[in-house]
Design a protein around this ligand. Structure first.
Ligand SMILES: Nc1nc2c(c(=O)[nH]1)N[C@H]1C(S)=C(S)[C@@H](COP(=O)(O)O)O[C@H]1N2
Ligand SMILES: [Mo]
Length: 534
């Protein structure tokens, strides 16, 4: 079909240079395939891009142990690392297909098409895909890549027209390089123009967030008491700024939900009046403002997957009452509330916890702003005292009342506990691990949290010495963390500093370290420091 067919002369045998160029041609074809796919995904749906779609499938299928390792090793860059990994593997395969094309041109081109089919399948099998259109970016991109590979390799091995072999090879390579450079440049330019022009997916949502006006709370949070923030260098802010708030979710592309299109459905067992609310309807209910600390179950002892924010929203318990829901303690049939997000996440929360009087929220405000896109815009759940994966559904779109027996939410079949109240934790923020200090007074300080039970006491121990009570910052609420500080007269040598907290129920953190899986890490945090003579 493409390239010069010549039945009488066969292509010259490939040299090492040809193989190198063919590998390059393979990579270029793969690149063009992805650039075309990206251009189309920008028009259709960002999530339908092949790398994102395949990445999402990998995220969903990855064994929890690997996922844990990735979060531990790469932290918040875990998603970028995954995408780079996919690109690297694709690049190697594309190079191999290029070399294969020297002998089997059609088969190699078909190989690229095969990857297009994989990308298309991944895109349409996403829980948030509702149209076969999502297959288009991968398929069209693959066709472009396959045709290019076929043409390029055809150029490289064009049957010589009677010239000397060396001259023929030079001519072939020049022709190959011209086509390669031209398509490479064209694809890059098209992709860049596509990104710059028009409204890329996601633009409208940013505008929708900017236009959103938050209502005033009928029940505002009192000002944070001045003594809650300790004045110790090295200790973080009591309220975590949005830009520094940790982010944990499975979404490779942040879901873009327009506030005008958003609706929340409340349905299921024991719901007497189903609800379907728009954002203005939700905001017209009594709005409250609360300080609540959120923690991730994947947070290691001493880790930073925990943050404290001022949330604005509607009490979820009120909304459930409005729907006629009764908690199990009042004879309600449903003990689990399953929140679903627009990207297909499911999060199961005990109905009893949500309705026991605590400030469980459907939040739309975070620290005085509409929720940032990556923290769940326009609406998310927050339940004080429960880890995020069993309570804090971002980009929420429905709430179903059911039972723990009848339904396992996303993380449960992956080995995480169905019920997971936060464990009491304390962390030393200063001095840092392995710090070198001068002898004299050293402020040991950090935070402790036991949401909804509160922190009653924090104790610090140096080496095998006695436990000494730290001074606690003023309590903001039982649902927030508490800062603490302990002055230490540091003498020369290596020292191990250890902290432990006791919660409002009188329970002290156990010494024994346990893994984050299945229901949150336990154990004391310690750091080793070296004090020089002075
Ligand atoms: N839709 C959705 N909501 C989600 C998650 C997710 O992957 N998808 N992750 C949960 C987890 S594990 C945690 S710890 C919190 C984190 O919220 P943040 O990213 O705003 O800190 O969100 C929860 N809500
Ligand atoms: Mo989490």
């Amino acid at each position: 079909m493409l390239g010069t067919m010549n039945a009488t002369r066969s292509p010259r045998p490939p040299t090492r240079t040809d193989r190198l160029l063919a590998a390059l041609g393979g990579v270029l074809s793969g690149y063009v395939a992805l650039a075309v796919a990206d251009l189309l995904a920008g028009r259709i749906r960002r999530e339908a891009g092949p790398v994102t779609a395949v990445g999402d499938v990998l995220v969903d299928r990855t064994p929890s142990a690997v996922e844990q390792w990735a979060i531990r090793t790469f932290g918040e860059s875990d998603k970028a690392v995954l995408m780079l990994g996919i690109l690297l593997v694709l690049g190697l395969i594309a190079a191999a297909l290029g070399v294969l094309a020297l002998r089997h041109r059609a088969a190699a081109a078909a190989g690229i098409l095969g990857f297009g089919v994989i990308g298309a399948l991944a895109a349409v099998s996403r829980p948030d895909s509702d149209s076969a259109l999502d297959a288009v970016p991968s398929l069209v991109g693959a066709v472009a890549g396959a045709v290019l590979l076929y043409v390029l390799i055809g150029r490289l091995l064009a049957p010589g027209a009677g010239e000397l072999p060396e001259a023929a090879a030079r001519g072939d390579r020049r022709s190959f390089l011209v086509v390669a450079a031209a398509t490479g440049l064209a694809a890059t330019a098209a992709a860049a123009l596509g990104r710059a022009a028009g409204t890329p997916a996601g633009e409208g949502v940013t505008a929708s967030r900017r236009a959103l006006r938050l209502p005033r709370p009928v029940s505002p949070a009192p000002a944070v008491p001045p003594g809650a923030q300790l004045d110790v260098p090295g200790i973080g802010p009591f309220i975590t700024p949005n830009k520094d708030f940790y982010r944990v979710d499975t979404a490779l592309v942040v879901p873009g939900v327009d506030a005008d299109d958003w609706r929340l459905r409340v349905h299921g067992e024991g719901v007497r009046r189903e609800l379907s609310l728009t954002l203005p309807e939700l905001m017209s209910r009594p709005v409250v403002e609360r300080d609540i600390t959120l923690a991730c179950v994947s947070n290691e002892v001493g880790g930073d997957l925990v943050g404290n924010a001022r949330w604005l929203g509607v009490r979820l318990a009120d909304l459930l009452r409005e729907a006629g829901v009764r908690p199990p303690s009042e004879g309600g049939p449903a003990d689990q509330l399953v929140a679903r997000s627009v990207d297909g996440m499911t999060i199961g929360t005990p109905v009893e916890d949500v309705m026991d009087g605590r400030d469980s929220l459907l939040a739309f405000g975070m620290n005085g702003e509409p929720l940032p896109l990556d923290h769940g815009f326009p609406v998310r759940m927050i339940v004080p005292g429960l880890y995020g994966y069993v309570s804090a559904c971002k980009w929420i779109e429905s709430i179903e009342l059911t039972t723990f027996d009848a339904y396992d939410a996303y993380w449960v079949p992956r080995g995480w506990a169905a019920r997971a109240p936060v464990k009491t934790q304390s962390r030393i923020d200063t001095p840092r691990a392995l710090a070198r200090l001068d002898a004299g007074t050293v402020m040991i300080a950090g935070v402790a949290w036991a949401q909804h039970r509160g922190i009653a006491r924090v104790e610090v121990r140096v080496d095998d010495g006695p436990w000494r009570q730290a001074r606690l910052g003023t309590e903001d609420s039982r649902d927030t963390w508490r800062q603490w500080v302990h002055p230490w007269q540091a003498g020369p040598g290596r020292h191990t500093l250890t902290v432990r907290a006791t919660d409002g129920a009188g329970v002290t953190q156990p010494e024994r370290r346990t893994d984050t899986m299945p229901d949150g890490a336990a154990g004391w945090h310690s750091v080793v420091v070296t004090v020089g003579g002075s």
